[in-house]
Design a binder for this molecule. Structure first.
Ligand code: SF4
Length: 327
């Protein structure tokens, strides 16, 4: 069965300790085998360690977020006179502005620099009985916050959350899609390039967000009055937001049935009925998504027209990643 040729060098940022670099405050690392052994085959990782970059050294005193969760300061966990807020912010802002070529970023949880979600922020008000305890509100690591702020369309995740099959699949899908956009449209934005791109992602969008699918369809259909650059500026945020919505089992089934409709004239009714039953087994959770997608792709490749054969939905990333086997 022919496969789309997928890139194997997509630039993705990553916390250096996740790649196994011994840069943690205690001289250790947090190597992720998923990242080094699986994703390393398709991503060209660019590691960053903000704390080493600002000269804190290894080993070093541990640091933590304190004060206002929205604008925390970063101080030593044991000695609050060690205040690295300014150098860390300065490095983070400058570096985050230089990451435009990245198609994704993998952070690590709990770090005052690299934590993306729910990083503890401690009360630093000495007059408060809760002094030294975590606040009710959590925050985001200073470097992670700068990356997100300066690159709002960049797919970002924490390494730990990538152990969840749905989150992993969704993150990798968005990384491949953003890379595809950069290659197919952004390098030379034309109306044709955008229409071709949108056409290839029609069923991917349908599986992830009916609303996004409709909005983007209207945007492309009513594009005549806009310049290609303006249209692309409007399209990409909506596209990335639509893909960030997890595709439900129900939407996958709906999408697969739509695709099956393209085989009405070329594949015998009995075979199509078998495929409907396989989709139904996926709907019931008896088989993973890989089963209906692989079978339908088999028939689409042989009996589908060019339009349906080009759908990214049936082949969004390398099969070897096994992502459809786990959802
Ligand atoms: S600053 Fe980030 S990359 Fe460096 S050790 Fe901490 S979590 Fe890892």
């Amino acid at each position: 069965m022919p496969q789309r040729s997928h890139p194997n060098n997509i630039p993705v940022g990553i916390s250096a300790c996740v790649l196994g670099e011994s840069v943690r405050y205690n001289g250790g690392h947090k190597q992720s085998r998923l990242c080094t052994e699986v994703l390393g085959e398709v991503f060209a990782f660019r590691p960053f360690c903000p704390e080493v970059a600002i000269g804190l050294g290894v080993p070093r005193p541990s640091i933590r977020l304190v004060g206002d969760a929205a604008h925390p300061r970063v101080v030593g966990s044991d000695d609050a006179s060690l205040d690295v807020t300014e150098p860390l912010r300065h490095y983070s802002d400058a570096t985050a502005r230089s990451l435009a070529e990245l198609c994704g970023y993998i952070f690590i949880k709990n770090s005052p620099s690299c934590g993306l979600f729910r990083v503890k922020v401690y009360n630093d008000d000495t007059s408060n009985p809760s002094f030294g305890y975590p606040l009710a509100e959590s925050g985001r690591g200073v470097f992670a916050a700068a990356v997100v702020k300066n690159n709002p369309l960049l797919p970002v995740e924490e390494e730990g959350r990538l152990q969840d099959p749905q989150l992993r699949e969704n993150f990798i899908l968005r990384v491949f899609a953003l890379h595809d956009w950069r290659q197919a449209v952004a390098q030379e934005p034309t109306a044709k390039a955008l229409i071709d791109f949108h056409s290839r992602y029609k069923y991917t969008l349908m599986a992830h967000s009916q609303k996004g699918y409709r909005l983007l369809g209207q945007l492309v259909a009513n594009s005549q009055a806009k310049t290609p650059a303006a249209l692309c500026d409007e399209y990409l945020p909506l596209f990335m937001a639509a893909l960030a919505k997890p595709a439900t089992r129900k939407n996958h089934c709906n999408t697969l049935l739509h695709i099956l409709g393209y085989l009405k004239r070329t594949v015998a009714g009995g075979i199509r009925q078998d495929l409907v039953e396989v989709i139904d087994r996926y709907r019931q959770g008896v088989v993973p998504l890989a089963v209906p997608v692989t079978l339908i792709k088999h028939y689409v490749d042989r009996y589908g027209n060019d339009y349906i054969r080009c759908q990214v939905y049936l082949d969004p990333y390398p099969l070897e990643l096994g992502l459809h086997n786990q959802i």
